[in-house]
Design a protein around this ligand. Sequence first.
Ligand code: ZN
Length: 93
Amino acid sequence: MVVIPYVPRTKVVLRKPRITEKDLRESVVLGLATKEDFEIDIEKNQNSKEFLSTLIHECCHVWLPDLSEANIIKMSDMLRDIIWSKGYRRLMK
Ligand SMILES: [Zn+2]
């Protein structure tokens, strides 16, 4: 179990981000969240589980802009594992 210490006044910004799939293979990242603009760029050439992981991770950055990278990773990995364990997969259009 991971215990995240209570952080008073943690900012939560629940707004739908604009998500753009891109070829980021020449970049060092698989996803990039611009918190101020609610924009997420995500590497389109990922397998289903990696894509889900990156998508959740970047959404957490936008919605919880003050949370540390370590806690974003813990939270997004748990969400990914729960969603994945229930059988959700990405359908390619
Ligand atoms: Zn991150």
